[in-house]
Design a protein. Structure first.
Length: 246
């Protein structure tokens, strides 16, 4: 996030010591996203999180037409007090089921096509974020071709103690397509557990994940600021990227 949007990385401090943080990023002129609202335990309940979100909204409001964030149910009331409305539900899924040995094949993703596909199907310009992800996880992309044209893609991100699939974007939202992208990403994943966040309205993606052994861990909400345009959740999104970055 410091690489992508350094001015959107906001820190709350007490006597010069950091006690909380949040991040805010823009995707072109259409969408701003707030994430990573974290407050040290002993400072919770004192309004620190509220102030951080208010600062992030103030930072983004001048630049974009809509502002969104993801929330779990226990934080919903705080965001509602800040004029956010729930517009979509998502489910956080996970599995520790092995799918096979990680491939050693060296393939370069058709990245320019992936960028064009994502911009067209998601409705926003996430190219800055995707370029950073491409530099960090260069060999962890899977894609589907329709002739010579990319019609869907997925990415798996490996962290120190887990992996996460997302985003997954598909031109054709079929069980076969989503299952193929999920299986390919599972092969690419090096660390367990493997996590995935799916819009609850996307029944095809939920079915594909269930058939591959994913189980529901948590439910959450996508929320947007009520006095701006409504955040658009494209039906082409089979899985979100990591939740703090859309």
């Amino acid at each position: 996030m410091l690489r992508l949007a350094p001015k959107g990385c906001l820190v709350a401090a007490e006597h010069g010591r950091p006690i909380g943080l949040t991040t805010a990023i823009t995707y072109g002129k259409n969408l701003g996203w707030i994430g990573n609202v974290l407050v040290q335990r002993r400072h919770r309940g004192a309004g620190v999180g509220t102030k951080l979100v208010e600062s992030a909204v103030g930072h983004l409001r001048r630049e974009v037409r809509s502002i969104g964030l993801n929330s779990y149910p226990e934080e919903k009331s705080m965001y509602e007090r800040l004029n956010f409305n729930a517009i979509e539900s998502f489910v956080r899924l996970s599995t520790s089921r092995p799918i096979g040995k990680k491939t050693s094949e060296k393939r370069d993703a058709p990245f320019s096509q992936i960028l064009e596909l994502d911009r067209r199907l998601s409705g926003v310009d996430r190219s800055r974020l995707l370029r950073v992800l491409h530099s960090e996880f260069r060999r962890n992309w899977a894609w589907i071709l329709n002739g010579s044209r990319v019609s869907g893609y997925s990415l798996v991100k490996e962290y120190r103690d887990s992996s996460e699939i997302g985003p997954i974007v598909c031109e054709e939202m079929s069980l076969s397509t989503v299952s193929t992208l999920l299986q390919s990403s599972m092969v690419l994943a090096g660390r367990q557990p493997l996590e995935l966040s799916v819009p609850e309205s996307n029944r095809t993606a939920l079915e594909a994940a269930s058939l591959l052994g994913f189980r529901v861990e948590r439910e959450g909400l996508v929320m947007c600021l009520a006095d701006l345009d409504k955040v658009y959740i494209s039906p082409a999104i089979a899985a979100f990227g990591f939740l703090d970055k859309g």
